[in-house]
Structures are given as structure tokens and as C-alpha cells.
Design a protein around this ligand. Structure first.
Ligand SMILES: [Zn+2]
Ligand SMILES: [Zn+2]
Length: 258
């Protein structure tokens, strides 16, 4: 079974569920994970106001159920949760109540830093950039150790931001691999920036070997927000996993079902 575990619909910043399903069918996938942004508590960056799956997941669940009647695809009612260390208990309580098929945990911000935009780092010098990147990996390791999530999203996210690019070092990947080796959480190969300035997947394919040495397996996520992104990214991911002979996790492990 081939699944794209990471996509967005109009329940966050993506496209119509129906159109995303059609694109997944055309790409020849057999399953699709719908993972809208989910933010439990307010943050300084205003994302909670934009992404309100916390309030709308039941509505989305009904929509997913309706779509199931007209597609052969296996649809997973899932979520991409923003992880913030201080909010672990709120996150756990919400996940318990919402009962998603699985959850991707993502660090989008930590402390004073917002890693989804370059604004904050435009005038930063090298040591400030490195400090911000280090703060990111502290949060990422805490996310993995929290055991709250099945999947960890776009694990070297700061590399997306030009000012922070190449401030992630091998020791950071090693820390992450070590934490993953002791956790149930699995990383995704995330194609969200293959056709943009980063020009590669997360994590850096140069680090695949390191993760393999630690016995880490992956899941595949296009992180698509539109049908055309999905159509373009799925072939890229297929080629890449073939080239690197990546070991993929059985979906049963992810969802606790078949
Ligand atoms: Zn994300
Ligand atoms: Zn995403």
C-alpha cells in the first residue's frame, strides 16, 4: 500500500478535500492521510487564529466519511499538530478526545522563534542563527521524547529559511536519530520544498545513511496544499526512495490497524 501521509485541505491552508482525493487517485496512491494544521493553544505568531481544526475536526470527519463513499482510496482522518513543549498536557488531552487515526507532530515555533517565516532572521548574524537552530532541535528532541505523536514532521525545517540554511550540522541529525531510535515516533520524508528554493526533501538526503545506521524507518509525506503539488511531488518521492533504498514503516505500525 502506498500512502501520502501529509496533506492539507481547506480545513487549514490547503485545497478542497475532493480535489486532493482526485489528485491522489490520479497519482496512483492507495491511501491518503489528511493532516490539517492543528494548534491547541495560542502563540505569539497568530497561527492559532488561522488554523482552527481544533474546532472543526468533527465537521471534517463527516466530510471524510462522505468522501469514503465515492473513492477507493483509504482515507486517514489525521492531523499535523504544532508542538510546543509548555503545552504538552493540553496537546495530550486534545489528542485523547479527538482520536485521530494518527498525528504528525511539528515544531513550527519554539521560544521566541518562528521557523515558518524568514522575517525574524534577515539581519541575524551567524551565531544568532546557530542559536535559533539549536533551539529548534532542542524542541524537536523534546517532541520525539514526548511520545505524543506517531510521526515527526519535516525534521530539518530551519533549512527552509535562507538565513538559517546550513546552520544545521551533522551533530543535530545525530541527536535526532538517537532520540528516534528510542521512540515510537517515525520521521517523514517531506517533499514540501522539493520544487522551491530548498530544492530537496526534509531531511537532507545526505543524512539518510546516518538515519539508516540508527535503524530508523520513514513514512512519505508530500505536504501538499494543492492538487497540483501532490501530482508533482509524489513522483519525486517515489524516485528518491528508490534511489536511496529507504526503509518504510508499515502503516499498521502507524495507525494500530490495517
Ligand atoms: Zn508543518
Ligand atoms: Zn504540513
Amino acid at each position: 500500500m502506498e500512502i501520502d501521509i501529509h496533506t492539507h485541505t481547506t480545513y487549514s491552508d490547503g485545497s478542497d478535500l475532493n480535489a486532493m482525493i482526485a489528485a491522489a487517485e490520479n497519482a496512483g496512491l492507495s491511501a491518503l492521510g489528511v493532516t490539517d494544521h492543528c494548534i491547541v493553544t495560542d502563540d505569539e505568531f497568530g497561527r492559532r487564529a488561522t488554523y482552527d481544526l481544533v474546532e472543526t475536526y468533527q465537521q471534517r470527519r463527516e466530510d471524510i466519511d462522505t468522501e469514503r463513499e465515492s473513492t477507493e482510496l483509504r482515507l486517514y482522518d489525521a492531523a499535523e499538530m504544532s508542538y510546543v513543549e509548555e503545552d504538552e498536557s493540553e496537546i495530550a488531552a486534545f489528542l485523547d478526545a479527538a482520536r485521530f487515526a494518527y498525528t504528525i507532530g511539528s515544531v513550527h515555533f519554539a521560544g521566541q522563534y518562528n521557523y515558518t517565516s524568514g522575517k525574524q532572521f534577515k539581519d541575524a548574524d551567524a551565531s544568532q542563527c546557530r542559536t535559533a537552530v539549536e533551539r529548534y532541535y532542542d524542541a524537536l528532541v523534546a517532541l520525539i521524547e514526548s511520545e505524543l505523536f506517531e510521526v515527526v514532521g519535516h525534521l530539518d525545517l530551519p533549512e527552509r529559511i535562507p538565513a538559517l540554511r546550513r546552520h544545521t550540522i551533522r551533530a543535530d541529525y545525530e541527536r535526532v536519530a538517537q532520540a528516534l531510535a528510542e521512540s515510537r515516533t517515525v520521521p517523514e520524508v517531506n517533499a514540501g520544498r522539493v520544487h522551491r528554493s530548498l530544492g530537496r526533501v526534509h531531511p537532507d538526503p545526505g543524512m539518510f545513511e546516518l538515519f539508516t545506521e540508527y535503524g530508523i524507518q520513514f513514512v512519505l509525506g508530500s505536504d501538499s496544499h494543492t492538487p497540483s503539488e501532490l501530482s508533482q511531488r509524489i513522483p519525486e518521492i517515489r524516485t528518491l526512495t528508490g534511489i536511496h533504498n529507504l526503509s518504510l514503516v508499515d502503516l499498521q505500525y502507524l495507525t494500530g490497524s490495517d
